[in-house]
Design a protein around this ligand. Structure first.
Ligand code: ADP
Ligand code: MG
Length: 265
């Protein structure tokens, strides 16, 4: 075989989109020689490096598209601070099986107990597992849908929110929704139903959702779909934020009677 110039090899690797191999060719080949790899092992080694780069690219891009409001991961979640949580269940959810099944996951509990932290952390795990994710606040979501409707582009917007394999809706119920907003949310939930998973965080128990949506009929229709294939996790604990303050002596521990949460199942 005729000798191939560096430029020609470079062009072939570019054409095959093997950019990691192309960019690090010398050092990868050195490593293969130093490791006394067989040709077969060397080929596998080069493939591994290429795949690792492509996976990392996909993950980086998916993180950008997911629009997480902050960086949190499961490793940074202190389970001992939240004994009501089943660590095994969270780990199971982190595998992303609920996303493959198109299930809904509801994370309920009072403010500060780590709902948003877990939502972001599970979203992160979902991306690593290969799913597309979009994170949005509930108010921002309905405002965007309302605006799209006013502009005659509701379909387009609903599609935008239906595409990701996992849609995370944070802080549903902090403010009640007006009837139009509730109906738009219903349309989205129907659209995703059976197609894509949703993760919803709320400080309201499911029984209070009638008030959140301002209409018991719409609330029931939404809950029917969300609860059909669902995992409901209620965190009943102290606010982590306040706990940190309490630790530093800024706050007194509340009396036991005040520790009951607003959430029940
Ligand atoms: P929620 O969404 O339930 O109101 P957050 O998830 O926003 O609460 O939590 C408030 C803050 O406390 C965040 O900075 C979060 O990372 C942190 N936090 C909450 N619970 C824990 C925990 N168990 N371990 C570590 N950090 C936590
Ligand atoms: Mg939150």
């Amino acid at each position: 075989m005729a000798a191939v110039t560096t430029e020609e090899l470079d062009r072939m690797l570019t054409r095959l989109k093997l950019t990691a191999i192309r960019d690090q060719l010398d050092s990868l080949l050195d490593e293969a020689v130093r490791g006394e790899m067989t040709l077969r092992d060397a080929l596998a080694f080069l493939c591994q490096r290429e795949i690792a780069r492509k996976d990392q690219r996909r993950i980086d891009m998916s993180f950008g598209l997911a629009k997480f409001p902050f960086v949190r991961d499961l490793g940074g979640f202190d389970f001992t601070a939240q004994p009501s949580l089943d660590r095994g269940q969270i780990r199971d959810l982190a595998t992303g099986r609920f996303i493959a099944n198109g299930d809904a996951l509801l994370l309920l509990g009072p403010p500060g107990v780590g709902k948003s932290h877990l939502a972001v952390a599970l979203g992160r795990e979902a991306i690593v597992a290969g799913y597309t994710v979009l994170f949005t606040g509930a108010m921002e979501l309905v405002a965007n849908l309302a605006k799209a409707q006013a502009d005659g582009r509701l379909e387009e917007r609903l599609t935008h929110y239906t595409k990701p394999k996992l849609l995370i809706v944070d802080e549903l119920g902090y403010l009640p929704l007006d009837p139009d907003a509730a109906h738009l949310f219903f349309q989205l939930v129907s659209r995703r139903y059976g197609r894509g998973a949703m993760l919803v965080t709320s400080n309201r128990a499911v029984g209070e959702w009638g008030r959140v949506f301002g209409d018991a009929v719409v609330a029931t229709a939404i809950l029917d779909r969300l609860l059909h294939h669902s995992h409901v996790i209620t965190i009943r604990g102290d606010s982590y934020r306040l706990r940190e303050k309490r630790r530093s002596g800024l706050l007194q521990k509340p009396a036991a009677a005040h520790e009951t949460t607003t959430v029940s199942t």
